[in-house]
Write a protein that binds this ligand. Structure first.
Ligand SMILES: [Zn+2]
Length: 85
């Protein structure tokens, strides 16, 4: 009996190269997704829309400050002086 090929099975269901399907916290960013874009959280500092929906768990977010809220990358970098390199 052939062992179950999980990659093959997954490809059959989701299509090839879609490794993060179901694990991606931001699935609406995929171009062929039917998921509707939810209401997004705003940067608590400058007010621009961040890439995180209001219901997104903070464990999945970058630039989230507990006790303060969601920041955009620019504000976060400004406040915490994080260098890219
Ligand atoms: Zn900001």
């Amino acid at each position: 009996m052939k062992p179950l090929d999980l990659n093959r099975l997954r490809n059959d269901i989701y299509g090839p190269g879609d490794d993060n399907y179901g694990r991606d916290p931001l699935p609406w960013k995929k171009k062929d997704m039917k998921t509707k874009k939810p209401e997004m959280d705003l940067c608590v500092s400058c007010g621009i829309e961040t890439e995180y929906p209001k219901h997104a768990h903070i464990d999945y977010r970058f630039h989230y400050v507990e006790g303060a809220g969601q920041l955009c990358k620019e504000c976060y970098d400004k406040i915490y002086k994080v260098k890219d390199d």
